[in-house]
Design a protein. Structure first.
Length: 582
């Protein structure tokens, strides 16, 4: 920063220079003091707030833009402290919808694109975050893949982490699953030590950690968690000094269950609201952080507290000293709205510019073009029915099956399968279908095969390359031939989700950028997800949200039995298990 710029700000604050922007007669929600201040004026010079106080007509010159608030509420721009913008849609599409509703800053993980496309993929994604009327910070991928002893992904080497973590726009280390830290995984220890030396954050994922294990996770230096599912879990983390990010998005909605903490009278400075991930329909129809603030108020949080959880609290947590409040010396990110409980956003100012009004963007939102190689990230050439065979010499076998319990959790089950033609096959009439996990990074098929029960799939097959965390290829189906056809179509699309019946595509959702991101408008994405899920139901699938369940079916970050490209894994026991029991 140049000295002259500071001098100009001082001069404007003293009324010796005119402001570039003045907001007149606003009702200021002061998140620093928890006050509602009426009749307030705000002066802006460049991207900086230079004045907050009573009547400031002396700041208005012939070139000053004046916004007459007429008593409307004014608060800082909303901040989403934990999101995954590195899958499904591009950042420009996200900005097009969330900025007009008051979100001016988002902190995004990068693990999805790191697993899918490695160091190059993360670089491509970072370019996608730039030049928008939305400030996007990133978190470095933690350990890619999280469990290399069990699974394969593109990888993100330590040297790439070292380069990224030193960047100012990288605020810390992305979520590290607690067993990796508590078990003192050397990769985790090395990254934790480096991040701590830089004074940056260590984002947590402590689902299932309690008592001494949670305490050890905090002792390692972990600074936040977005996995609390109820008030007691949230309080346990707050008491241990963790930032608690209440998740209320597409994947999970825990705000109502955690909301009893609002009535405890305890200090809420460590509590934040986050989406984790907002799917296209939520972004379009419900909103983003504005909607989370509305819900927090509806569930019993005081309006000022709810707004603090989306402004000053995340800014303080991440050390973003220029954000989160309306005060001299802060960046001019502000939201003008009506209705203290309804939060009807009227105008949005980001870095001193009026960027949105009445739900419409007023500035051009440039769309980043990924390079051609981002559309060619699959080394896998294809598979054959022989790759999917499960040979067995006996008349029947007892096998382990992955039981689908809900959208994110599985358990281990058993099934007795009769041999047909010297192999074990799917039994869709018993709700047992075959599943295969295939590495996308090997030209020749590198895969493991198993069985899954509980999807309802009666015919056809479904393939996807959007799977936490590895973003390889997962396919399940009633016949090997249909599974092969689904994978072939997926590779033609270079990623996404495909549902097939016989040799016909029933529905598909292309994600050609790194196999996990679309370059199309949000409206089209919302419709395509709906059509894909309808196609799944036409195949008999009875999952409530197939789009989510197929992403999590191979996820090793949650219990209990999962299939990776290397085999069946007992997550709690942290060991491979045989498909055939007897």
């Amino acid at each position: 920063m140049k000295e002259k710029e500071i001098e100009e700000r001082i001069a404007a604050a003293l009324g010796e220079e005119k402001a570039d922007l003045v907001i007149a007669d606003a009702t200021l929600l002061n998140v620093l003091t928890r006050e509602i201040q009426e009749g307030m004026w705000v002066g802006v010079k460049g991207r900086w707030i230079v004045y907050v106080g009573e009547d400031a007509r002396d700041l208005i010159g012939p070139h000053t833009e004046v916004i007459e608030a007429r008593g409307a509420y004014l608060c800082p721009g909303f901040i989403d402290p934990h999101a995954h913008l590195d899958s499904v849609y591009q950042c420009a599409e996200y900005a097009r919808w969330v900025v007009p509703r008051g979100t001016t800053t988002t902190i995004s993980e990068t693990a999805m694109v790191a697993n899918a496309a490695g160091e190059e993929g993360v670089r491509w994604f970072i370019e996608d975050t730039k030049g928008l009327p939305l400030r996007i910070y990133v978190l470095s991928p933690s350990m890619i893949p999280p469990f290399p002893e069990f699974e394969t992904s593109k990888g993100f080497p330590y040297e790439a982490f070292e380069a990224l973590i030193e960047e100012d726009f990288c605020l810390g280390l992305g979520e590290t699953y607690w067993p990796r830290a508590v078990d003192r995984d050397p990769r985790a220890m090395r990254r934790y030590a480096r991040v701590i030396s830089l004074g940056k954050t260590l984002e947590g994922h402590s689902a299932g950690a309690r008592g001494r294990k949670l305490i050890a996770y905090c002792a390692a230096g972990t600074t936040s968690c977005h996995e609390a599912t109820g008030a007691e879990e949230a309080l346990e983390r707050l008491r241990l000094g963790m930032g608690v990010m209440i998740r209320e998005g597409y994947i999970r909605r825990e705000l109502e269950a955690i909301s009893p903490i609002a009535k405890t009278g305890l200090d809420m400075r460590g509590v934040m609201l986050c989406t984790d991930f907002a799917d296209p329909r939520m972004v379009m129809e419900e909103g983003c952080m504005d909607e989370l603030v509305r819900r927090a108020i509806a569930y019993g949080f005081d309006p000022l507290t709810a707004i603090q959880m989306a402004t000053i609290n995340p800014a303080t947590y991440f050390g973003l000293r220029r954000l989160g409040a309306i005060a001299p010396g802060r960046w001019a990110d502000m939201v003008l709205f009506e209705g203290l409980r309804e939060i009807r956003v009227r105008k949005v100012i980001q870095e001193g510019r009026l960027v949105a009004e009445e739900g419409r963007s007023l500035v051009e939102i440039p769309r980043h073009r990924y390079p051609p190689e981002a559309y060619r990230t699959f080394a896998l050439r294809g598979i054959s029915p022989d790759d999917l065979r499960v040979p067995y010499p006996g008349r029947e076998a007892v096998v382990r099956v992955i039981e689908v319990i809900n959208e994110t959790i599985t358990k281990e089950g058993e099934a007795r399968l009769e041999t047909e033609g010297g192999e074990l096959r799917a039994r869709p009439q018993e709700d047992i279908v075959k599943i295969a996990h295939i590495s996308k990074h090997s030209p020749e098929p590198k895969l493991a095969v198993g069985f899954v029960r509980g999807t309802g799939l009666r015919e056809g097959a479904v393939a996807t390359s959007l799977i936490w965390d590895t973003n390889n290829v997962l396919v399940l189906g009633t016949t090997d031939e249909e599974m092969v056809f689904a994978v072939r179509r997926l590779l033609e699309l270079q990623g996404g989700l495909v549902a097939v019946r016989g040799k016909r595509v029933v529905s598909e959702f292309p994600l050609p950028i790194c196999g996990i991101i679309s370059d199309r408008p949000m409206e089209e994405l919302a419709e395509e997800i709906s059509r894909f899920e309808e196609g799944c139901r036409n195949l008999g699938i009875r999952l409530q949200r197939p789009f989510l369940t197929f992403q999590t079916l191979a996820f090793t970050g949650l219990p209990f039995l999962r299939l990776t490209d290397q085999g069946l894994v007992d997550i709690r026991g942290r060991r491979f298990v045989d498909l055939i029991i007897s």
